[in-house]
Design a protein around this ligand. Structure first.
Ligand code: PMT
Length: 222
């Protein structure tokens, strides 16, 4: 039986990739499968929370008992998250949001030209997590950092700059961790400068370990 230590909480989770359309048949995206975020959403539900899952396009089944809000682009994800923010007592941002989108979406399929190359201007997407950090209120804010180099340094920078309570530092250079696999290897870094390393675990187990820490941050007396 799962502990009901998140009863009374509303947990807003983001998962999956975003897709940034280039024309009617093409997009920019990344390898996120949504597995990590969906595992967190399911575990939070098992532990008694009300869960809202804002998800980019994935091949995963909608988890039972969870409010699923499907989105495609980073800008749609931002809208969906901001719309539900007031209800959330905890936000966990496991989604891999595209940092850039094509500056223009072509109305028609882009045709092959005569030149050997095509230059695509990109525009910066909004940083949803940074925006949440700037209007944090009392809610607990948890981010992920997917890094291929200088993991701890980069993750700690994101923790501070985005005003988070906890960041999950994800070394995505390993083939058994990060994008599109069933296991993950993460370090948890806290606001007070402390941190801990979890061993290689299934994503369901990573989710429960993460929620153990979150439950403790919410109720330090437990
Ligand atoms: O989905 P899976 O296949 O299971 O893979 C899991 C995962 C690797 C996607 C996941 O564990 C993970 O690391 N997610 C974060 C991926 C990411 O985009 O990291 P980042 O370091 O680029 O972003 C840092 C944080 O800011 C993230 O919480 C991200 O959701 C958020 N962000 C980033 C950019 C942006 N424009 N808006 C954001 O909110």
């Amino acid at each position: 039986l799962s502990p009901q230590d998140l009863a009374g909480e509303t947990v807003l989770v983001t998962a999956g990739p975003t897709r940034e359309e280039l024309d009617p048949v093409r997009y920019l995206s990344n390898y996120s499968s949504g597995k990590m975020g969906y595992a967190i959403a399911r575990a939070a539900r098992r532990r008694g929370a009300r869960v809202i899952l804002v998800s980019g396009p994935t091949a995963l089944a909608a988890p039972v008992g969870i409010e699923l809000v499907p989105v495609t682009s980073a800008r749609q994800m931002r809208e969906a998250v901001l719309q539900r923010l007031e209800e959330a007592t905890v936000v966990i941002k496991a989604a891999a949001v595209a940092d850039y989108r094509p500056a223009m979406r072509a109305e028609q399929k882009i045709k092959k030209g005569l030149e050997g190359s095509l230059i695509l201007p990109l525009e910066k997407n909004p940083d949803i997590l940074a925006e949440l950090g700037s209007r944090k209120g009392n809610r607990l804010l948890v981010g992920f950092a997917a890094e291929t180099a200088d993991l701890l340094e980069n993750a700690r920078k994101k923790l501070t700059e985005k005003n988070l309570d906890l960041i999950v530092a994800n070394d995505v250079s390993r083939s058994d961790a990060g994008f599109d696999v069933d296991t993950n290897a993460v370090r948890l870094l806290y606001r007070d400068g402390s941190g801990e390393e979890l061993p290689l675990l299934g994503k369901d187990e990573v989710a429960d370990q993460l929620l153990d820490r979150i439950a403790r941050l919410l109720k330090p007396s437990l």
